[in-house]
Write a protein that binds this ligand. Structure first.
Ligand code: PLP
Length: 392
């Protein structure tokens, strides 16, 4: 018997990929599937970005690049952050990685070990807990509550800190809830964290440019008091519809940048060179495609929320970020995972059960509105028929 490390008895997965596989399998058998499960924009990467990658290949960018990314791209990231967030960032603190997920992997590996406690949002992106468990650290869930419009509470978060806390993971705008934490709450949290310079902060801001109804995204990078321990996670996947390109970046504090660079050298050497040129074109080129995509998401958001609230036993808050709705389904009498599974098998509508995002996700399902308005309307109709017939 091969004996791998203990962590593999604890590592988890992202069930969205399993749902996608099942939905694809059902579609192959001829079933009409409407996929509201997947967390990726249903738009093509804008043409000028694709062309930049093709040009990079034609121009001979076929070799290794520096491990942290080509300098023009790191400068481009710094310029983009300065423009959007108003903070000057040293390009030498930027590490370009193969997807936003890689930064959370790195940060959790840096701080996770038996005896350490790591705070993470629940419900939240499932990889946070999975990786914390893998390292042997103790996962400490921070409850994300519907009554708070799925914002995190500074008071509740600070109340969970102990002398063993080594890392705290924050995510706003959030997956799976679409919640956006208001600035006042973030200010309160920062004030509390300022007294704990021994705790690193990973702020996952991958949906930072995806807000609606005038909701304003507040970047943790704005707060100087914590900048020496802040890891900012962002990337191209969502904003530029580039999930398959595997392009992400982080801004690391001085104390961690060399460790981050060494992880890059030890694992992936550098990100695919033409993809880096595409990433630069995305940041420096026209942003109309982003605005167009957000206008379309906004229309669908309203359709989804109104449609969900008209279903028997379902109530949905209006999310102000990302492209997910997280309706409360407890009054249907169904548990969330059996409901998501029955919806897929019996009606062909793919969603994700809330417990796939943490224990506190029970009573909810996640719908991604990365699908056409027409398909969303069809999905809601099927869900309505199903729930009318099969209410428990
Ligand atoms: N962070 C959050 C909150 C996400 O929802 C996702 C993707 O779904 C990621 C990070 C990872 O993004 P990427 O595809 O760039 O690895």
């Amino acid at each position: 018997m091969l004996k791998t490390i203990e962590g593999f008895n604890r590592i988890g997965e992202e069930n969205a990929f399993a749902v996608l596989a099942r939905a694809t399998e059902l579609a192959r058998t001829g079933k009409d599937i409407i996929n509201l499960g997947i967390g990726q924009p249903d738009f093509r990467t804008p043409d000028h970005i694709v062309e930049a990658a093709v040009k990079a290949l034609r121009d001979g960018h076929h070799g290794y690049t520096p491990a942290t990314g080509i300098l023009p791209l790191r400068e481009g990231v710094a310029a983009d952050i300065e423009k959007r967030i108003g903070v000057a960032v040293d390009p030498d603190k930027v590490v370009v990685v193969p997807g936003g997920k890689v930064t959370m992997f790195m940060a959790i590996l840096m701080f996770g070990e038996p005896g350490a406690e790591i705070l993470y949002p629940d419900p939240g992106f499932p990889i946070y807990r999975s990786m914390i468990e893998f390292t042997g650290a103790t996962p400490v869930p921070v409850p994300i509550r519907e009554k708070n419009d799925f914002a995190f509470s500074a008071e509740e978060t600070l109340g969970l800190l102990t002398p063993k806390t080594r890392l705290i993971i924050l995510n706003s705008p959030a997956n799976p809830t679409g919640g956006v934490t208001p600035r006042a709450e973030i200010e309160k949290l920062v004030a509390g964290l300022a007294a704990r310079p021994d705790i690193a902060i990973l702020s996952d801001e991958i949906y930072g440019q995806m807000t609606y109804d005038g909701a304003v995204h507040t970047s943790l990078l704005e707060f100087e008091a914590i900048r020496d321990r802040l890891i900012l996670l962002d990337g191209w996947s969502k904003t530029y519809a580039m999930t398959g390109w595997r392009m992400g970046y982080a801004v690391w504090p001085q104390a961690l940048i060399d460790k981050a660079r060494k992880l890059a050298v030890n694992c992936w050497s550098c990100v695919n060179a033409p993809a880096q040129y595409a990433g630069l074109a995305a940041l420096e080129g026209p942003q109309d495609a982003v605005a167009d995509m957000m206008r379309e998401f906004d229309k669908r958001r309203k359709l989804v929320v109104d449609g969900l609230n008209a279903l028997p036993g379902v109530s949905a808050r209006t999310p102000t970020g990302a492209f997910y709705a997280f309706p409360n389904i407890s009054a249907t009498g169904w548990k969330a995972k059996p409901l998501a599974s029955a919806l897929l098998e019996e009606t062909g509508v793919a969603t994700i059960g809330g417990p796939d995002f943490g224990i506190l996700g029970e009573g909810y399902i996640r719908l991604s509105y990365a699908n056409s308005a027409e398909n969303i309307a069809r999905a809601l109709e099927r869900m309505g028929e199903f729930l009318s017939e099969k209410a428990k």
